[in-house]
Design a protein around this ligand. Sequence first.
Ligand code: DSN
Length: 402
Amino acid sequence: MDQEINKYLLLEQDRQNNGIELIASENYTSKEIREMCGSILTNKYAEGYPGKRYYGGCEFVDRIECIAIERACQLFGSKFANVQPHSGSQANAAAYRALLPEGGKILSLVLNDGGHLTHGSPVSFSSHLYTFVHYPLNNGHLDYDEIKRIALEEKPDLILSGYSAYPYAIDFKRFKEIADKVGAYFMVDMAHIAGLIASGAHMNPVPYADVVTSTTHKTLRGPRGGLILCNDEEIAKKINSAIFPYYQGGPLEHIIAAKAICFKEAMSNEFKEYINNVVINTKACADKLQELGANVSGTDNHLFNMNVLETYGMTGKDAQIALEEIGIATNKNMIPNDTLPPSKASGLRIGFAAVTTRGCTKAQAEEIAVIIHQYLNKSLDKEKAQALVKKLTTSWKQIQNI
Ligand code: DSN
């Protein structure tokens, strides 16, 4: 092992084991998935798709990619799947390209309100290639009547749903009705809630959307990567061409094999139970913080937002740094109508997908709420907070044994 690199690998392992990971987009993969990510499949070039590769020797990776595709379709009930996107951003880029001409108009939620960079942020390719208009939130919630009104006014080519920091359930059927009314495509980026959808804890967008994109490493608990689903053969062909050869080169067959394992794991009863516990823990922590007087959103899923500026008089950035001192990882996040820039932000986004994988219970989720609240309102000192964090993390599974 390269000692210079291994030193940091081991330090990172300690960081992951000794911390309370509340970043809503993170999770811990199974040993089987991690080993597949590090397998000899990384040696293989396989540009193209199963049966139509630009290289010889692809007979076994073809089988692996076909199994990954079949399992993705089975898990989410779609007809077609592309398992090659290296990330959610590439998946979104390919979906836009498959559905729209350059300059096409997309109606989405802005990043500040919980959308994603690729949903039209000025610093992302998306806003340079397409024209974005946005629907606002109403008191933190989607307002379908307002979305319909804006859609009728703006006549977008595509309506986009699915978010990075939206804590409530989404009605994809209503979105589809609005899209149909204005003759727009309907696309869902389900990256954050893919695990909830796989387990039946959230409405599935696949029956309603023209294209569904995802990552596989958030609540779905798989390897870091992307996924695209659809039910229309012509769109599926365009998506395939958009991924390869347009945006990407050789697929990561080691990651695709690990995605196949992830899809199988997500079909299990154990996974259903896990997602159920994620939702219970998230709500328990949010409710406890609210009971203690914090300004938090509600939650129907794996995350919630807390207005730390209003509650503790500190920016999201400072709250994130303070919690990191005691081993709690969160991320600063804009809140709807935030008056601070994204580099500071007024909120924190808190999620329970990762710690629930390690074995966090509902009572411990409430305990975490108390630690966060007391540390941020300065009624708990650093050493005591660190000791409480240590007690919790040592009671959980070591991440290398998951
Ligand atoms: N960066 C991811 C998140 O944290 O939500 C989205 O891609």
